[in-house]
Design a protein around this ligand. Structure first.
Ligand SMILES: Cc1cc2nc3c(=O)[nH]c(=O)nc-3n(C[C@H](O)[C@H](O)[C@H](O)COP(=O)(O)O)c2cc1C
Length: 461
């Protein structure tokens, strides 16, 4: 099953494992893609995945996701992107461009900017974003957002992508409208399920008009919001919304299945089903809570606002032995963390579904594919970019497998993208640095040879 090609909307994926969005600081500061970015994407194309979904390309000029992530907010970004997308596709790997707007979840900026606070409703949130408070968008600002998505989608097509994915999850702007714990508007953009869905509906409608009926269009959607995770954040999210279940849980599965059915009517071709709200989060990135790396991020952004300074100070003050167990509540490794929800979408909505979250072993991938059309993976592929080629050649899970420590996620906004888990390299710090640098260079460097676990100790005896 895993190596069976599958065609959707005229795009043939050579197998059923997709590289899920992986963002790193690889574009130029203004959002132009670079040779480094292209080389990184080509590594996965050569590693045997069936297709690649890009990191989030920002649709808004001010709200990058974050610095040195690519953008489609201006026409000038198209020519270099076109050249690089052709290089990736030449490796036989379809390329889907994800577009999104982080809204008030914007992680960093040159200076604190008003645009980075814009959201569905006003409110306070401790962990995500850096603005002191979220600020409700005006109807006019909402119209601008819709237009920006339409234009960015058209640019993705012009750049030669095989399709687009709109991110409506992760606690980003569209999700800030969908999620009843965050959207407290009483106008046409909130109040009811239809009201909260309206922004996504209008974006999908306008994007479809813009790219045409023959272009692959996917939506990345949270099937359940799990607003009570991470715990620290849900307690500090003000004002609390009523009924309390909206605050605690956000959207439930029946509600999002309704969204899925509507998306099908609107002409969406594929659904990428995930769970949770916010990045990184225990449902989106099942595994360990990366305390030290989050501290690094908080310290690196503390100059941006009073909230950013306060959260950094707090985390620096509380001893790790107290902070770690508290902040780790709800974080645990789980293969196919959203599989149950993805299956429900496959069954009830009937669109092709991509399942995501915590996959690595061949048997877990097979389990995901027994009910869904595709499995998408990020962290396990950062650890082993040619994992799928290895599976094709009959190999089992590599010894240097991903440990789901989540250090890569928490570092993605401050450091070069790569695996920061020394354990995987048998404690060999140099090889870890080599792999990180091999990901962040404009020319292909052979990946460092990783010795079997225990080899380092054996060599020193
Ligand atoms: C370093 C890193 C960067 C990521 N960047 C993005 C992104 O730009 N957009 C997005 O939708 N998801 C992003 N993700 C989330 C992944 O696409 C994926 O959903 C998540 O890591 C869970 O899948 P996994 O268990 O296979 O890692 C990122 C994940 C990692 C580890």
């Amino acid at each position: 099953m895993i190596f069976e090609p599958r065609t959707i909307k005229g795009v043939t994926f050579r197998n059923r494992v997709l590289r899920s969005s992986v963002g790193g600081r690889m574009a130029a500061y203004d959002g132009t893609v670079t040779d480094v970015w292209s080389n990184f994407e080509q590594t996965f194309a050569d590693g045997g995945v069936g297709g690649i979904i890009s990191t989030t390309f920002s649709t808004n000029r001010r709200r990058q996701t974050p610095f040195e992530y690519p953008s489609l907010s201006e026409q000038r970004f198209v020519p270099p992107l076109k050249r690089h997308v052709a290089e990736i596709r030449a490796r036989g790997c379809p390329y889907i461009i994800q577009i999104g707007d982080p809204g008030a979840a914007t992680q960093l900026s040159l200076f604190g900017e008003d645009a980075d606070a814009l959201s569905s409703s006003s409110g306070f949130e401790f962990l995500y974003g850096y603005a002191n408070r979220r600020v409700a968008m005006s109807a006019r600002e909402i119209r601008t957002v819709i237009e920006e998505f339409r234009v960015a989608a058209g640019r993705a097509r012009e750049a030669g992508a095989d399709g687009i994915e709109i991110t409506a999850e992760k606690g980003y702007l569209i999700h800030q409208f969908l999620n009843p714990g965050l959207n407290r508007r009483q106008d046409e953009w909130g109040g009811t399920d239809e009201g909260r869905f309206r922004l996504l509906e209008e974006i999908v409608t306008r994007v479809r008009e813009g790219v045409g009926d023959d272009f692959l269009l996917g939506i990345r959607l949270a099937a359940r919001d799990f607003n009570y995770l991470p715990y620290a954040n849900f307690i500090l999210r003000f004002p609390w919304t009523f009924p309390l279940r909206h605050h605690l849980f956000g959207n439930d599965l029946p509600t999002t299945l309704g969204f899925g059915a509507r998306l099908k009517q609107l002409g969406v071709d594929v659904l990428h089903v995930v769970t949770g709200t916010g990045f990184p989060g225990p449902k989106g990135n099942p595994g360990a809570f990366p305390l030290r790396e989050i501290k690094l991020f908080f310290n690196a952004t503390r100059h941006l606002s009073r909230k950013a300074a306060a959260r950094a100070t707090l985390l620096n003050l509380v001893p790790e032995r107290i902070a770690l167990p508290l902040l780790s509540i709800g974080w645990r490794e789980q293969a196919g963390v959203s599989l149950e929800e993805a299956e429900a979408f496959r069954r009830q909505v009937g669109l092709p579904v991509i399942t995501n979250g915590g996959y690595q072993s061949r048997s877990d991938i097979d389990r995901g594919l027994s009910t869904c059309d595709f499995v998408s993976m990020a962290r396990a592929l950062i650890a082993t970019p040619d994992l799928i080629s290895r599976y094709r050649d009959g190999a089992g899970q590599p010894e240097e497998a991903c440990t789901f420590c989540n250090r890569c996620c928490a570092r993605s906004a401050t450091s070069p993208l790569g695996c920061y888990e020394p354990e995987r390299f048998g404690g060999d710090f140099d090889r870890m640095v080599q792999q990180i640098l091999a990901y962040n260079t404009p020319v292909r460097v052979p990946p460092p040879q990783i010795a079997p676990a225990g080899a380092a100790e054996a060599a020193s005896r």
